[in-house]
Design a protein around this ligand. Structure first.
Ligand SMILES: Cc1cc2nc3c(=O)[nH]c(=O)nc-3n(C[C@H](O)[C@H](O)[C@H](O)COP(=O)(O)OP(=O)(O)OC[C@H]3O[C@@H](n4cnc5c(N)ncnc54)[C@H](O)[C@@H]3O)c2cc1C
Length: 804
């Protein structure tokens, strides 16, 4: 065995094999995959091999398409068959909500270049004659996907990698990982030590244990999963083509042809966690005992929906474990505080996602950038809140919902609440309907007295619609209070703070007492953050950003060479805040502070350390509603008092609570984009419009060269807000935007603008097509709607109210 390598990949399942291939392909030839047993011997060997491009997140869909398209390439390079059955897929809907969801997939697929189509139940039955269509009301067909041979595919990756010089050591166990001063690793195996520049945790069922080797607790857990293979089915005899792989949402069943019989699997509601504490070392190429008693009711649903399967005998049953993260997406990327240690684990759909994961991870390792937005797979979407108990509660919830369609207004109940602000109970008492962001409860909307706090999961307008409308109108006409504790908050202090920030952020760094909107770019000039920086003193800054990106941004900061005279810290749990917004907000806040808030004295983006009522506070004149407004930050111990004083002071001014839903509506009326939804690492300053905050005069900041090049060449596409005509449904994201029947862009977020009376869609279209009044079409749940570009915000275009 060699004693050094540029990278050591731990694990020879389909994911490790793909990472090995992609690293070799990108030019890292001195790479070594270490497998403790035979290749595929974790969860890979007994997988059903199903592959598809469907994912609620467009970037993951794209990577899934990449994965499936890649199989021909690795077959060609390796001479090893992947055993491809490119049968395509059918998705069956039994309820209106499921049908809506299929229509949404169709709308999204156009821009992604995927061939999908809503088909009649008769057509569905032609594609799969085993379906009893009486259980369904609609179907979607997609050309891509099918299934492959798990072992063949893994070996094809490995052989293709070996052709490029990569090496594999089988039957070699990694025992421990020791960091060296130069950020390389000593990888101790049962056959000796290897010095590795980088280590990649692709240990699948043992990913948790390989995390422990470097002192981290990855939120990953395995679940048992059953599928059955039937005897030959007479209905399939004599057919020239295999039936189309079929997903039955209401039955929570997937099925496909397996030789002359069928394979049927289920994601049952009360799944069983496997190896909750420690994955056995000696588990290799093993199956688990079947539990038919528990599973029978769920398979019986499948036998009703596909009756021929019920009539055929069972030839083989498989119960095997595989791993999940709490939200079902993989965990990919570098880990904060553990240099040159990478993860690619919790991959529950290795045959749909393995290739894409290898692609982005290899780029990330070689080029310091995954090359595209992969926030939804990034290991940094979880923080300290994802404890083992959280994972143990969330993973079974996710498993049980694997085939349940996620509605945009749905909040999942497991492991809630985890993080609560000091005013949580008070907000609940005020009617708050809560969501969770980075583990922290935050109000979505406030049910008036007498109204149930439950909301029907839907793609359409829910019972919350009129309530959100009332919140929006009250903010615009009087004053509202919104809790901002769930924003990401960071303190940057020290003598070198300003100089460091100047390099890390593309914007101007504000002077003491001022706040600046501050885009942050990666080296390729793409948006990795859209934050605001408040300068409290020459050496003290408070930075506010997106709450879900807390760990992502902390990791970004930690990788940005923080000098010894700069301290970067999270204020996630040490600051709590509220936004007070609306024309009467000045009057309200002035009642509680001696700081002169008159227009001339406390201008937009002014910052003061002051007292608000009894609470020492950081007061900024800022907000996200487009109204006159303030954000007030204090420590958690003062926060309840601050809240109570604000409520008392605002009672006669018409103060109302408003939640995240109202905020989404108010911000789109002002055409403000939001990080995560509208601004992500796929977009540039010119495309997002954030170029107006970039200080091109600075001599050096991350992404400067790329941002300057874009300024010279012009942005290729632009972020716009459109009003959508004649619709009673709002867009939710990733719907295609069409011009003359061709998909030219896609939606990033949407909301009803209650104060302007229009449905709004935000998204990206080619720069050449951007002009006031330009008309496009958006397929919203199967109906083509006209969307008209509005270059000026539809509410208060001159920002008179904001500056008031
Ligand atoms: C019943 C069943 C059906 C499935 N059906 C599908 C499907 O239809 N489609 C689909 O896409 N996915 C399916 N899956 C999921 C799929 O199997 C996984 O997504 C995939 O196998 C994950 O691969 P991996 O490489 O991450 O992990 P693994 O396959 O678990 O590989 C990890 C490897 O790391 C090795 N390793 C661990 N620790 C060490 C160490 N210390 N030293 C050296 N080596 C080590 C292990 O031996 C193992 O070989 C199914 C899973 C099951 C159980």
């Amino acid at each position: 065995m060699k004693d050094s390598a540029q990278a050591v990949i731990i694990g020879g399942g389909v994911v490790g094999a793909s990472v090995l291939y992609h690293l070799a392909k990108i030019g890292w030839r001195d790479v070594l995959l270490i497998e403790k047993s035979e290749l595929t011997s974790g969860s890979t060997w007994h997988a059903a091999g199903g592959m598809h491009t469907f994912n609620g997140e467009a970037n993951i869909s794209r990577l899934q398409k990449y994965t499936i398209d890649l199989y021909r390439e690795i077959e060609r390079l390796s001479g090893q068959s992947c055993g491809l059955h490119p049968n395509g897929g059918l998705m069956l809907a039994a309820t209106q909500g499921e049908l809506d969801s299929l229509r949404l997939i169709c709308s999204r697929a156009r821009y992604l270049g995927m061939e999908t189509e809503m088909v009649s139940l008769t057509e569905a039955q032609n594609l799969n004659p085993l379906i009893d269509t009486s259980h369904f009301i609609g179907a979607l067909w997609r050309a891509d996907g099918g299934h492959c041979d798990p072992a063949g595919t893994t070996h094809a990756y490995v052989k293709a990698a070996q052709q490029l010089g990569a090496q594999v050591e089988r039957f070699t166990r990694v025992l421990s990982l020791t960091p060296r001063r130069d950020r390389s690793w000593d990888v101790l195996t049962d056959k000796g030590v290897i010095r590795a520049g980088h280590v990649v945790n692709c240990a699948g069922l043992w990913a948790r244990e390989v995390g422990h080797m470097v002192g981290i607790q990855l939120p990953v857990l395995a679940m048992e999963h059953h599928y059955l293979i039937t005897e030959d089915i007479p209905e399939l005899a004599g057919r020239e083509r295999e039936i189309v792989n079929t997903t039955d949402y209401s039955g929570e069943i997937y099925m496909r042809q397996e030789r002359r019989g069928a394979l049927i699997g289920t994601y049952e509601p009360h799944g069983v966690v496997w190896a909750p504490r420690r994955t056995p070392d000696d588990f290799t190429m093993q199956l688990l005992p079947e539990d038919f008693e528990r599973l029978a009711p769920y398979f019986e649903v499948g036998f009703r929906h596909f009756p021929a399967l019920g009539r055929a005998g069972i030839r083989k049953a498989v119960n095997g474990p595989f791993t999940f993260a709490p939200d079902g997406n993989p965990l990919v990327g570098p880990v904060r505080g553990v240099p040159n240690y990478w993860v690619a684990c919790a991959v529950m759909a290795g045959f749909s996602q393995g290739g894409g994961i290898g692609l982005v991870l290899s780029r990330w390792m070689a080029e310091n950038d995954p090359g595209q937005d992969i926030l939804s797979m990034d290991v940094a979407r979880f923080g300290a809140f994802a404890t083992p108990k959280y994972t143990a509660l969330k993973v079974p919830e996710n498993y049980s919902r694997r085939f349940r369609l996620a509605y945009p207004n749905e909040e999942l109940p497991a492991a809630r609440p985890v993080r609560r602000s000091p005013i949580y109970e008070r907000l609940i008492a005020a009617g708050a309907v809560m969501g969770a962001n980075f583990g922290l409860e935050h109000a979505l909307w406030f049910a008036p007295e007498g109204m149930a706090r439950t909301e029907t999961p839907t793609y359409r307008r829910s019972e919350a619609f009129p309530v959100v409308r009332a919140e929006c109108l009250a903010v615009r006409s009087a004053v509202g209070i919104y809790e901002t504790t769930n924003y990401g908050k960071y303190e940057i202090t020290g003598r070198g703070a300003r100089a460091w920030l100047d390099r890390v952020f593309a914007s101007r760094i504000p002077r003491p007492g001022r706040l600046a909107l501050a885009p942050m770019l990666n080296a390729a000039g793409r948006i990795v953050g859209d934050l605001s920086i408040a300068c409290l003193a020459e050496d003290r800054f408070l930075i506010i950003g997106s709450g879900f990106a807390e760990e992502f941004h902390l990791r970004w900061f930690s990788l940005a060479d923080v000098p010894a005279d700069v301290f970067v810290g999270s204020a996630a749990s040490t600051l709590a805040g509220v936004s007070i917004a609306g024309p009467r907000s000045r009057e309200l806040v002035q009642r509680l502070t001696d700081t002169d808030l008159s227009a001339g004295a406390f201008r937009l983006f002014q910052v003061a350390e002051t007292a608000v009522g009894l609470a020492p506070a950081i007061l900024t004149r800022a907000g996200f509603t487009g109204e006159l407004g303030y954000e007030i930050w204090t420590t958690p111990d003062y926060f309840a008092t601050l809240y109570e004083e604000l409520r008392a002071a605002g009672a006669d001014l018409g103060l109302v609570h408003f939640g995240g839903r109202a905020l989404s509506s108010l911000r789109l009326e002002k055409a403000y984009g939001s990080f995560n939804k509208d601004f992500r690492p796929d977009y540039t300053p010119g495309e997002t419009g954030l170029d107006r905050y970039v200080d091109f005069g600075k001599s050096d900041f991350t992404g400067r060269a790329a941002a300057l090049a874009e300024r010279t060449a012009g942005a290729r596409r632009r972020f716009v807000v459109m009003d959508v005509a004649d619709t009673d449904v709002e867009v939710v994201g990733f719907e295609s935007i069409l011009k003359d029947g061709a998909a030219v862009g896609y939606v990033t977020s949407g909301a009803y603008g209650h104060c302007i009376g229009k449905s709004l869609a935000a998204g990206y279209i080619p720069a050449a097509l951007v002009r006031e009044g330009a008309r496009f079409e958006i397929d919203i749940l199967g109906e083509m709607r006209t969307a008209t570009v509005r270059l000026q915000p539809l509410y208060d275009p001159e920002s008179v109210r904001l500056r008031g």
